[in-house]
Design a protein around this ligand. Structure first.
Ligand code: NAD
Length: 142
């Protein structure tokens, strides 16, 4: 089994990578190692993302430093995978106000690229639901 985890070096993505690695899967953490939020939040440390990356590498997870806004790179890395788990995000509300283009391209365009990659590869797709949903969904897409 081969799994691509976008945002694999982030909080949620790290645990998804760890879970699949423990199942014996080949795992790729696809992450641009963005650190925008760390500059603003005294409770978060940029070193945490590097720590996650180092731990994943020690577990045998391959790190692909790449961006979900780069559709060609995403589709290329998705080749041969069985699952794609999408957790890459710009999750900080403050940054969404300061830099709406960064927020939109990461969260909306990035997710669109993931859906396109999944459709091309006929993937089973799982994604982390937004922590601040704008609307109640009647059902989750498969
Ligand atoms: N943390 C929670 O408790 C929680 C709960 C519910 C939902 N969520 C949602 O899950 C998602 C991930 O949350 P998190 O807490 O793991 O965030 P996080 O910031 O810890 O992780 C996001 C990861 O995405 C990467 N990333 C950012 N922009 C990227 C890009 N353009 N291309 C590739 N990688 C990029 C970052 O480098 C980071 O490693 C968000 O949508 C969040 O709203 C989080």
């Amino acid at each position: 089994m081969k799994v691509l985890v976008t945002g694999g070096c982030g909080f949620l993505g790290f645990h998804v990578c760890e879970y699949f690695r423990r199942q014996g899967a080949e795992v790729i953490a696809y992450d641009n190692l963005a650190k925008h939020e760390f500059a603003r939040n005294p409770y978060m440390r940029a070193a945490a993302r590097d720590h996650n990356r180092n731990c994943l590498e020690q577990m045998g997870v391959r790190i692909a430093i790449a961006d979900v806004r780069d559709k060609a790179a995403l589709v290329a890395h998705a080749r041969g995978c069985d699952y794609l788990c999408h957790t890459a995000a710009q999750p900080a509300m403050t940054i969404s106000w300061e830099d709406p283009e960064l927020d939109f391209t990461t969260n909306t365009l990035g997710t669109f690229h993931v859906l396109e990659a999944a459709q091309r590869r006929e993937f089973r797709l799982r994604f982390a639901r937004a922590s601040m949903p704008m609307a109640r969904m009647r059902s989750m897409p498969r």
